[in-house]
Design a protein around this ligand. Structure first.
Ligand code: LLP
Length: 463
């Protein structure tokens, strides 16, 4: 996945370089279990089903576009993470990937904790009954009001992101007569994305306090002196959509190095280490993510080894997967509005949503796949680009994909692996209404986030 954001416009209409897209799949009706939620299948008529319900029924009942979430799959993935790390570690689901009150309840029931990074996420978590001590509060610029709310609520930890924040949180906690458990987020000089990682000067970003130049050590010094704070550990998050564990290895090595320095200087062994999130998922069949138990084993081994080498007792590990829990559990269901063949190029398939419900393609050049969902087809594959209804040529949902040549207006198509960072990054661009999230489980479907209405739009616009 390229990280190069670029201006929307002509580039999107260019012919792609040779080799950008692969040959059509052998069977266009096949559903690769790597990219589809677990209960997704085709029924005897070829219609896509999830949780025992076919998508035609979902479209009739809830309309399109809609995010359709497989609750059993969500719970299974949450449980797999929980089980993989066992009782000696904590899994904090990163709410930024997708958060709703139903999701908070599922997480609570499955024994996960929750990472929030804004007052809005905190409010959602608390209103759905997540115990405050199982919430971690993140963010590089938390407002005083947000900090106060988190401290009052009794969140389990606040992750400190700057020198100013160390003082700010200490002051607020003290003025409330509390001692707040905190971690310090450090930047270890590693940035990892997908298949590669770079261990150089990636301190050049807004998050955390650099290890370089003794800055993190100085932050620890200050935090340890403040009565309002109980420093419980060090936090590191190295990137997104990571498949390769070597970035975590370097990060753990450097964080443990800091823990050793802290012990040597202050005589304290901090009890926790948080390695953040960023574990990758399969957006297309080319991606090969690892299972949670493999990740847990690898991370635990890395931290244990590093601590043995530093003669430290192994701290309690925590991780913050967002995408890897929720990403694969949902697909977006769209209705095809127009099918426009462009001779010698490709066919443009316009759907009833677009960059407002999935900004990732435009923002990160993210790759997705798509399948005809309301029926199967034996027609020849045609190279398509799935585009939205927005007034912008960069409004692309799936850049290159093969769909059956008999695709027609009124067909339903589904884009898998849209559970993470699609609804949570959705916008009202062009005053398009944000789609609902429909949870499906055991033959039943229910709305967990309702579709936005024109009244919702107009309510905010006070005239
Ligand atoms: N913990 C921290 C401190 C984070 O900053 C993030 C993500 C996570 C955990 C969860 O990462 P995950 O496991 O979901 O990859 N909008 C981008 C992703 C931004 C992630 C920001 N931080 C995308 O759509 O790919």
């Amino acid at each position: 996945m390229s990280r190069s954001a670029h201006p929307a416009g002509p580039r999107h209409a260019d012919v792609l370089p040779e080799g950008h897209y692969s040959a059509p799949p052998a069977d266009l009706n096949a559903l690769d279990p790597k990219v589809w939620a677990r209960t997704v299948a085709r029924d005897e008529h070829g219609v896509l089903t999830v949780g025992g319900i076919d998508v035609k029924r979902l479209a009739e009942e809830f309309g399109t576009p809609a995010y359709v979430m497989d609750e059993a799959d969500f719970r299974a993935r949450a449980r797999a993470w929980r089980t993989a790390f066992g009782n000696d570690a904590d899994v904090f689901y990163a709410g930024k990937a997708f958060l709703s009150r139903a999701v908070v309840r599922w997480l609570h029931e499955e024994g996960l904790n929750l990472d929030v990074c804004s007052g809005g996420e905190l409010a959602t978590a608390l209103s759905a009954g997540m115990p405050a001590d199982r919430i971690a509060f993140h963010g590089n610029n938390k407002s005083a009001a947000e900090i106060e709310r988190a401290v009052r609520a009794g969140v389990g930890r606040i992750v400190l992101d700057s020198f100013q924040e160390i003082v700010r949180v200490a002051h607020i906690a003290q003025s409330l007569g509390k001692r707040q458990r905190v971690q310090i987020r450090v930047t270890v000089g590693v940035e990892a994305h997908t298949h590669e990682f770079i261990a150089t000067a990636h301190e050049d970003q807004k998050f955390g306090i650099p290890l370089a130049g003794g800055q993190a050590a100085e932050a620890v010094r200050r935090a340890l002196k403040l009565d309002g704070l109980e420093l419980i550990g060090i936090h590191s998050h190295i990137g997104s959509q990571i498949f390769d564990m070597s970035g975590f290895e370097v990060a753990a090595h450097r964080v443990v190095g800091l823990l050793r320095d802290i012990r040597d200087e202050h005589g304290v062994e901090l009890p926790e280490i948080d390695l953040g999130g960023g574990l990758g998922i399969a957006y297309t069949s080319d991606d090969d993510p690892r299972e949670p138990h493999e990740i847990a084993k690898a991370l635990t081994e890395i931290v244990t080894r590093e601590c043995e080498a530093a003669r430290l007792s192994t701290p309690r590990i925590s991780v913050e997967p967002g995408r890897a829990v929720v990403g694969p559990t949902a697909f977006t269901l769209y209705e095809v509005g127009t099918v426009k063949p462009l001779d010698g190029l490709r066919t443009y398939v316009s759907v009833d949503g677009g960059m407002s419900d999935n900004i990732r393609t435009a923002l990160y050049d993210a790759e997705y796949t798509v399948a005809l969902a309301s029926r199967s087809s034996d027609a020849e594959p045609m190279l398509c680009r799935v585009v939205g209804k927005h007034c912008e040529s960069g409004d692309i949902v799936v850049r290159d994909a093969f769909l059956p040549g008999d695709l027609a207006p009124g067909d339903l198509i589904a884009v898998p692996a849209t559970g993470a960072y699609c609804r949570s990054m959705a916008s009202n661009y062009n005053h398009v209404l944000r789609p609902p999230v429909v949870a499906v489980e055991g033959g039943e479907a229910r709305v967990i986030v309702r579709r936005e209405t024109e009244e919702d739009l107009l309510r905010l616009d006070v005239g």
